[in-house]
Design a protein. Structure first.
Length: 88
């Protein structure tokens, strides 16, 4: 999945609300912001959710989230999302 959000000039952060599936494997969670590991900002728990403030710089900011888990049928899967925050 690839999503882009455009933000006003001067914005320095974005409150990201994230919901975790019941079947995730928390130790596999990874978050990269512009290539830097920011996984420590997150506390993934099966069936949990949280609000994480993502620090932003002017221009494009790319956040890639990934986690391993199991599908409803029990097959192993990796879920990856790429979010782009563009501070104008």
């Amino acid at each position: 999945m690839n999503i882009e959000t455009r933000l006003k000039p001067g914005v320095t952060g974005f409150p990201l609300v994230i919901f975790y599936s019941a079947r995730i494997k928390p130790v596999t969670f990874n978050a990269l912001l512009n290539g830097d590991n920011i996984s420590g900002r997150f506390t993934p728990e099966p069936e949990g959710y949280q609000i994480v403030r993502i620090p932003l710089a002017p221009g494009p900011n790319t956040l890639v989230l990934s986690v391993d888990g199991d599908t409803a049928s029990g097959l192993a899967a990796t879920d990856t999302h790429r979010l782009v925050f563009r501070v104008e």
